[in-house]
Design a protein around this ligand. Sequence first.
Ligand SMILES: CC(=O)[C@@H](O)[C@H](O)COP(=O)(O)O
Ligand SMILES: NCC(=O)COP(=O)(O)O
Length: 251
Amino acid sequence: MTALSVNLNKIAVLRNSRGGGEPDVLAAGVACLDAGAHGLTVHPRPDARHIRSDDVYALGALCTARGVEFNVEGNPFAPPRAGYPGLLALCDAVRPAQVTLVPDDDGQLTSDHGFDFDRDGESLRPLIAAFKALGCRVSVFVDVGDPDVAQAAELGANRVELYTGPYAEAFAAGDADAVLRLAAATARTAQAAGLQVNAGHDLNQANLGRFLADVPDVREVSIGHALIGEALYAGLAATVRAYRHIVDSVS
Ligand SMILES: CC(=O)[C@@H](O)[C@H](O)COP(=O)(O)O
Ligand SMILES: NCC(=O)COP(=O)(O)O
């Protein structure tokens, strides 16, 4: 079975654009879980441009109360700063079921590559151990086709998350066969090394089914950007009708 974890970053983007509390990230999390999402994902960034530490605490408590998986993503090497205590400290406070380590540079627009284990492996090893000591399952972000993907197991990780951005791009161009073959091979290599496989980035209703059909035993997909955009389209008509009802009933 593949679990669906909804990434709430984009709800926080909208909220932060005005200050205040709307749309409410916690209420959005409740709505996703009520609709059947298996869990929630956030990717708090050091610049706090969307998910903030207070969101992580509130959503962590929600997931604990609902008995569902909370997945916190982030760069384990990013140092603490005002408003961001660092990924390890956040996870120490919240104890999410899963932490996904992502090698994002400071200020990066969004995640766009997996780890280079030759460069980062030995620095990752003690961090993976530290997250596991907090009781978190550890997943590491990897590129499709990474020849070193099995090293994640040797470093102590439980899972890898396949970065699906290039797949989404190829799918949109009508040319996904080669990247799907590579993704399936990468998943099999990881699984043979004892790792479970997650996937995420730019997955959407159009490209998700094909990915899951072609790549074996994907345990979890985390989806945010497209899902929130699609939710706007799905909800706009009903919302406009509701406003028309108010306007029409008093004029
Ligand atoms: C790790 C990953 O795949 C990203 O998709 C990330 O979670 C999205 O982060 P932003 O919402 O900040 O682009
Ligand atoms: N790990 C990927 C994720 O959480 C969501 O990515 P996206 O759907 O916002 O691109």
